[in-house]
Design a protein around this ligand. Sequence first.
Ligand code: GLC
Length: 475
Amino acid sequence: MEIFHISAECYPMAKVGGLADVVGALPKYQQNAGHEVRVVVPSYDTKFKNENDFVCVHWGTVELGSFQFPYSVLKERTDKLGYELYLIEIKELFDRPNIYGYDDDIERFLSFQIAVLDWIKARNTVPDVINCHDHHTGLIPFMLQFSYKYEVLSEVRTVITIHNGLYQGWFGFDKMHYIPEFDLKHAGFLEWNNSLNSLAVAVKCAHAVTTVSPSYLDEINVSANGLESLFNSVRSKSKGILNGIDIEVWNPLKDKMLEEHFSIDDFETGKQKNKEKLCERFDLDASKPLFSFIGRLFDEKGGDLLPLASALALSENFKDINLLILGSGNPDIEAQLLQLSNDYKGNYNVFIGYNEELAHLIYAGSDFILMPSRVEPCGLNQMYALRYGTIPIVRRTGGLRDTVIDFGDDGNGICHDQASVGDVCYSINRAVNLYNDKTRFNKIIIKGMSTDHSWERVCQEYIETYNQIIQKHES
Ligand code: GLC
């Protein structure tokens, strides 16, 4: 079948978070399974864009109310990502270094969605499925069904995959006229709590709703930033599909970003070499357990707990553990974390920013990875960590609940229930004891490294969902 994935992010073209990893990998596995898969993202001014070769396959003009934006559709020439990658180039709106965070984000992503549909319509073949990802693409299912100009595409089946339901793409009805003309009797689909809510529109109009883990689907029925009752009402067309990871990119035996390769047979020596490299670079003590955090420093990820939890863990166990943090986000959290590097020299360090290579080395060289998230729709870091022989310490929520089981219950990690400093420190203490019991520690690492989180298995679940909505339509 012909499948389009429409997204704001796709690794390696444009990445802010896990959304990019999923949209960069799932299509490759769908293509390998015999489908024709195309990914479409905006053309930002990124390294990948500048260093790769693109060919223009279509151009036109987006009309957004009275504004007009010329656009081009650029195809990556080689298909080296394992699927066809297309960029929508709207110079005025997207030729900027950042993906989000501009005052005109509503205009940017609306124009993107309109350009995508204008182009798909011009191709003269009707795709089987359009899989939209998060709110930036949420109006597509509505426009396909109700905008007059896309009538020829009204048979296309649509899926909205929710990677993060907290962000919903709200805007005022004063901008409703940006949406290509539709019968106003359908305007109710656009509204939620007196504003135009892009995610709610997608949830109402898409033929299927998927979340990136089964537990997250349960959770958004109870807590979803105002959309709980909507999620309840669409339960019958919803499914939680746990993300996979790209086991070709994330392979400790081949990963070029590591100091030393290793497998389940020689992880002890392999991991130690990576740890030594990390400790040398960050002035840490390689003979002590290394706890790391990788991610965005926001409350959602439990980033606000890190400064105090680190200070407590380091002062209680000072010289017993190392802590290394890689991330950026809330400036207050960043400042507090930086301050700690003066207080705990030799056992603590922080790198503010994001660096893919360093992230790989941290997964390989750490003993434990901390994920105290308040909300975690799926979480990929715990899966990368498991594959690289690093024990995840997680708060039981969303996808973390679905992938990490406490070692006390014969599982592969360490779990706690509260997003609190106390719970994080308690888990760190349990981890230190575990680290000192090498036989048990290694047994848990082996269990984690043997888990199969590959997309191969998972990608079939997406195909089943697509088939179900296609068959339902035909019958
Ligand atoms: C978002 C979620 C994260 C999920 C990722 C990929 O970043 O916060 O939990 O793993 O999307 O689906």
